[in-house]
Design a protein around this ligand. Structure first.
Ligand SMILES: Cc1cc2nc3c(=O)[nH]c(=O)nc-3n(C[C@H](O)[C@H](O)[C@H](O)COP(=O)(O)OP(=O)(O)OC[C@H]3O[C@@H](n4cnc5c(N)ncnc54)[C@H](O)[C@@H]3O)c2cc1C
Ligand code: FES
Length: 371
C-alpha cells in the first residue's frame, strides 16, 4: 500500500477514539426520516467486529447536551439475522432533551457514544419452533417489536407473527412501508392490524383507542394463525399496555407467555412508601463494582445510583427510572426499598437483584454487587 494511502487509513481509524469497556463509539451511517417526528439512525459496524445483540434489546446513547452528558435507552429496530447495520428509531417527545437533540442534529458521518446492547425483552429463535408471536405496539413502541418480527420471520419458517399496532393517525405510523412489504412477502405468516386514533373517512380498519374489544376481535380474526404455543410481546404507552394486559388476563393467558417493555415509568401509580418511610434515613451503602469496593452515605430523597455518581464512581446506568436494568446489581446483605421494579423479573427479584437507580437503603449494612 502506498504510504499516503496507509497514512490516510490510519487517520481514518484515529477519528473514532477508543472508549472504556462496555462503551462503543459508533459512526452514523445513515439517518432515515420515518415520520414527521421520528428518525432511524443506522450505525456502521465497528472495525473490531459486528455488534452482538438480541432482537428486543436496546442501546444506550450518550450525548452532550447543554454542557452535560445525557444518556437514554433506544431499542434496536433491526434484526441481527437480517440487517447488516444495527439501527435505533427515535421519536421526538415534547420538550424532551435527547429525542429532540438527535432528531434535530444527528447526521451521517457523526460519531456517538453508546453502551453495548442489553435488555431482557427478547426471545430465542429456533428454526424448529412452530409458534404464534403476537405483538402489541403503540407509537415508538414498535421498535423492539419490529426487530422481533423480522427475526422470527427470518429464523422460524414454521412460526407466525401478528402485530396489533396503535397510532394517532396514518402519518404517524413508523415503518408503514416496511411492514406492508413484510406482509406481502410473508402473506401466510405475518399480519398487521392497525388501530388509528384519528382515521380518515375511508378507513376500514379499527378506529379510536385500543380497547379490550378490539384486541379480542383482532385475535379472533386470525384463526389460521392459531398455534399450540402463543407468546405475547407488548411495548407502548402505559395506558395502552394496561389494556393489553387486562385483555390477555381476561382471556386466561398465563403471565409466563406475556412479555412487556416500558419506555417510561409512571411513578404516580406506585404505592406511596408509607410503611417504610420512617426507615429511609441516611445510611451507609457499599457498592462492589469492577473489583473495587465503594462506601458512601445515601440520604433520604436520593437514590443509591444518584449518590454513587455524585461520589464520582463510574457506575453503569441508562434510564434512571427502574425500567432498563442497566444498573442492575445483587443485594448481598441488608435491604433496599425500590420505587419501581418493573425491569426485573420475578426470578431476579427472588434472587436478590435490585436496581440502584430507584433504590434507597432500608437497613444498615446494604452491600450491592454490580456486574
Ligand atoms: C428500555 C427502553 C427502550 C427505549 N426505546 C426507545 C425507542 O426505541 N425509541 C424511542 O423513541 N424512545 C425509546 N425509549 C425512551 C427514551 O429512552 C427516552 O426516554 C425518550 O426519547 C425521551 O427522552 P428525552 O431526553 O427526549 O426526554 P426527557 O428530557 O428525558 O423527558 C421529557 C419529558 O418527556 C417525558 N417522556 C419521556 N419519555 C417519554 C415517552 N417515550 N413518551 C412520552 N413522554 C415521555 C418525561 O417523563 C419528561 O416529562 C426507551 C426507553 C427505555 C427505558
Ligand atoms: S438505569 Fe435503567 S433500571 Fe436503573
Amino acid at each position: 500500500m502506498a504510504f499516503g494511502l496507509f497514512k490516510k487509513k490510519q487517520e481514518e481509524k484515529k477519528e473514532i477514539p477508543s472508549v472504556k469497556a462496555g462503551h462503543l463509539n459508533l459512526k452514523v451511517k445513515e439517518v432515515v426520516k420515518e415520520t414527521a417526528d421520528a428518525i432511524s439512525i443506522y450505525f456502521e459496524q465497528p472495525e473490531s467486529g459486528a455488534i452482538q445483540y438480541k432482537s428486543g434489546q436496546f442501546f444506550t446513547l450518550i450525548a452532550e447536551i447543554n454542557g452535560k452528558k445525557e444518556r437514554r435507552a433506544y431499542s434496536l429496530c433491526t434484526s441481527p439475522f437480517v440487517d447488516p447495520s444495527p439501527a435505533v428509531t427515535v421519536k421526538r417527545v415534547e420538550g424532551g432533551l435527547m429525542s429532540n437533540h438527535l432528531n434535530q442534529n444527528l447526521k451521517a458521518g457523526d460519531s456517538i457514544e453508546v453502551l453495548e446492547p442489553i435488555g431482557n425483552f427478547t426471545t430465542d429463535f429456533d428454526p424448529a419452533n412452530s409458534r404464534h408471536i403476537v405483538l402489541f405496539g403503540g407509537g415508538s413502541g414498535i421498535t423492539p417489536l419490529m426487530s422481533i418480527a423480522k427475526s422470527a420471520l427470518a429464523q422460524e419458517p414454521n412460526s407466525k407473527v401478528s402485530l396489533v399496532y396503535a397510532n394517532r393517525d396514518l402519518n404517524s405510523i413508523i415503518f408503514k412501508t416496511s411492514l406492508q412489504k413484510m406482509e406481502a412477502e410473508h402473506a401466510d405468516r405475518f399480519r398487521v392490524i392497525h388501530v388509528l386514533g384519528e382515521a380518515p373517512a375511508d378507513w376500514t380498519g379499527h378506529r379510536g383507542f385500543l380497547t379490550q374489544e378490539i384486541i379480542k376481535t383482532a385475535l379472533a380474526d386470525l384463526p389460521q394463525f392459531s398455534s399450540d404455543h402463543t407468546e405475547y410481546f407488548m411495548c407502548g404507552p402505559g395506558p395502552m399496555m394496561d389494556i393489553v394486559e387486562q385483555a390477555l388476563a381476561a382471556l386466561s393467558i398465563p403471565k409466563a407467555q406475556v412479555h412487556k417493555e416500558s419506555f417510561t415509568s409512571d411513578l404516580s401509580k406506585k404505592e406511596a412508601p408509607a410503611a417504610d418511610a420512617d426507615k429511609i434515613i441516611t445510611r451507609e451503602v457499599t457498592i462492589i463494582y469492577d473489583g473495587e469496593e465503594h462506601k458512601f452515605s445515601v440520604a433520604p430523597g436520593e437514590t443509591i445510583l444518584e449518590r454513587g455518581l455524585e461520589e464520582d464512581i463510574d457506575l453503569p446506568f441508562s434510564c434512571q427510572s427502574g425500567l432498563c436494568t442497566a444498573c442492575r446489581g445483587k443485594c448481598l446483605s441488608g435491604k433496599v426499598k425500590m420505587d419501581e421494579d418493573e425491569g426485573l423479573s420475578e426470578a431476579e427479584l427472588n434472587e436478590g437483584y435490585v436496581l440502584p437507580c430507584v433504590s434507597h437503603p432500608l437497613t444498615d449494612g446494604v452491600v450491592i454487587e454490580i456486574g
